[in-house]
Design a protein around this ligand. Sequence first.
Ligand code: ADP
Ligand code: MG
Length: 701
Amino acid sequence: MSKNKSSESVKVVVRCRPLNRKEESSGPVGGIVQMDLRLGQVILRNPRASPSEPQKTFTFDAVYDGNSKQRDLYDESVRPLIDSVLAGFNGTIFAYGQTGTGKTYTMQGAWLDPEKRGVIPNAFDHIFTHISRSQSDKQYLVRASYLEIYREEIRDLLDPNHSSTRGLDLRESPETGVYVQDLTSCVCKSIKEIEEVMNVGNQARVVGATDMNEHSSRSHALFLITVECSQPGPDGRKHIRVGRLNLVDLAGSERQAKTGVHGERLKEAAKINLSLSALGNVISALADGRSGHVPYRDSKLTRLLQDSLGGNAKTVMVATLGPAPAHYDETLTTLRYANRAKNIQNQPKVNEDPKDALLREFQKEIARLKAQLNHRRWRSKQKKEQVDCEDWGRDSDEEMEDEEEAVETETDDYVKLEEQRLEREKEAITEDQFLLVEEKQKLLGDLRKEQEATEQLTAKYKAMESKLLVGGKNIMDHTNEQQKMLEVKRQEIAEQTRKEREIQQQMLVQDEETVELRETFTSLQQEVEAKTKKLKKLYSKLQCIKAEIKDMNDEHVGSRQELEQTQNELTRELKFKYLIIENFIPPEEKNKIMNRLTFDPEEDQWNFQPLVPAQSKFSQMKKRPTSAVGYKRPISQYARVAIAMGAHSRFRAENIMFLELDMCPPNPSSLDCLAEAATNQTPSQENSPTRNRDIHKSSSW
Ligand code: ADP
Ligand code: MG
């Protein structure tokens, strides 16, 4: 893929969790993963190989070992991404790895322990702290959605009925790219509210699963945050920037054993792996850069992450590892996967003034409500002036302007004023002795209605306005200055470490290249020694690469065998279905069904076409058959002529349909009679539809 100016690669960081108690007690071998934090390298030891075999080394943007803190990972690798989202970029963080290696720990962590809070709660803090500290001319709107993909079905975790309804659909728009149709999105005004949203979704995940561990290791969870920010630009107009953040906790990447699985279970196993293997294919295709086609459409997950992988987004991938020797193969696969993802190039850009910004709609609605309130206020004031007969001389334009300002600043005062006015009028009406009782009632009713309408309008206005967060306001308790400073310093340190690591990595590469340039040999002997050393180094590199190729081959053979096995099982299943169809479904019925079926590539399934085409349904139903004009029922030309000639009772029965009766076969004597009758029949009866009816033989599948 060509590197253009705005393209940047996917950041890949690796995290290894500490050995757990069970792993520690099961063997004295210790972990197989070593990490060089300074260089960002992972060194993997093969527990089955001989000690002389070289170890595998991978280099990443950052690595975190078992002693690493949640905060370190956040400050160094995630914070810059969230800052970009707040500036209007799309951002994605996804955790990839085997079940039990710490994906959920990294993404969510232990919420109650400040030291163990994961990426998601830290991102909440970060976003709302940023808003509270930004300038007061900025307005923000924060929305959150939560979904999971389970067996290739998208479930809305914020919809209480999600388990009973069918999965949501994916749609694509040129503006926002791929999105989930009808996904619930909650406007959040504070950290507490967004945490509440997260909790509701997590609970829905637990309720929907019989076995939480089993479920979570098979479903992908996506928490989506949209931050819209409006700020006046140099042209004086308000510009909106929209940043979308996807926080993804993927299903466990280990291979699900498919052997001996049949029917429904087989389909389930195929679907569980579908999204992950599609993700692998997408990453390979993108990293390779040569293949033009990227198979995003192969699964729901890859379609949702389309922008994050090779599109308009900044992406961080956290690959999680376990240090136990038992999982060497899985750990190696994860590292290879992560290594490939490093090569993916994205083209992030700021989303400026998109058409579908909700903030713009909110602002318009607030302006409209404000204008309505303004109008009501103006009316009420006029009425008051009529009663008081004072202040006639004021210019009405001026008055309007004043009032507009007043509404902006004193909505509360206005409501009180309005209530007082209506109360006064009410009293006046009640006290007025000259009015009839009915009239009084009517006027009072009108007044009450007006009062209610005003209250409603004000409530709506306030509700709308409260959803927008204004920079600089106290959304959360302001941390004191010292803490702010501490955070800034921490960020600086994280930035410094990152830069240092980058430089170290660059140095390492350059060292190898320049070492031979610097070498000057004083004697032939020295030269031979140096060259032998170099040869040895290159030879060990060659061995490493050979081993790598062998591993890859083994892996490919393994996955091919698995695919072949799946194919065999699916073919067996298909044969079984064919057998049932060919032997137990009448061919005409089968044909009828087949003619009605159409394939929907978007949904990846077969659908039935409606029996009556949708657009002609009404016209057909409304129109009376032409043959029935003037008659109670459709009637043939022959009968019409016969009636015109003088109705003969014989023709009354003529329109009765011929119905074939399903009876037992006639005996030979009655067949003879029938044959005789047939020879005496008139030519018109010969052509009767019942005789010519032939059965359409269905073509084979
Ligand atoms: P996954 O989501 O990948 O299946 P979990 O996040 O549920 O795995 O982690 C499995 C267990 O390992 C949990 O009990 C978690 O507390 C623990 N764990 C994971 N990563 C770490 C870590 N970096 N430090 C300490 N404990 C961890
Ligand atoms: Mg998990």
